[in-house]
Design a protein around this ligand. Structure first.
Ligand SMILES: [Cu+2]
Length: 167
């Protein structure tokens, strides 16, 4: 590499770092909880939407990967913070954003499934008390093969609003 390029590259790198550092608390990527794993299945970047006192619904997200040679499948969900924990899918129907429960979710072998606003999510119904930003709350995801995976979810107030209209 010619030496004359070095300052420009260094400047570019510094700019990228500055942009990353400027991302506020509305960027869940920066504050998400560490990856946890059970068997071949791991979850990274997990977070739950922070809600105030009296708000009875929230949702949790993350990236579920399967390093194994066979597909695995989410068979059930549970959490002490909500009466009902379901797997949901957000869909567009007649121009409206809707959600519907999903009966299990397959994680293909050597692949990953992303739970994110506007897509698949863990739906928390009957949330007990506020979910305070920066606190972590456990959600247990049970896989057919990998078994129970207890996931600490950090509460975040992401700026992409909950798409729970028409629930
Ligand atoms: Cu939902």
């Amino acid at each position: 590499m010619p030496p004359m390029n070095t300052p420009a590259l260094a400047g570019f790198a510094a700019l990228l770092l500055t942009l990353a550092a400027c991302s506020g608390p509305d960027q869940p990527e920066i504050h998400r909880t560490e990856a946890v794993a059970a068997g071949d299945v791991a979850i990274s970047g997990s977070w739950v939407r922070a809600v105030g006192e009296g708000v009875r619904m929230s949702a949790a997200y993350g990236t579920i990967s399967n390093q194994g040679d066979e597909p695995d499948r989410i068979v059930s969900l549970a959490s002490p913070i909500a009466e009902v924990v379901e797997l949901h899918e957000s869909i567009e129907q007649d121009g409206r954003s809707m959600m519907r429960p999903v009966n299990g979710l397959e994680i293909p072998a050597g692949d990953e499934v992303i739970l994110e606003p506007g897509g698949y999510h863990v739906m928390l119904i009957g949330v007990a008390g506020p979910l305070v930003e920066g606190e972590t709350y456990d959600i247990t995801i049970t896989f057919e093969k990998a078994g129970d995976l207890s996931v600490p979810m950090m509460a975040m107030s992401g700026k992409s609003a909950m798409t729970h209209v028409g629930h």
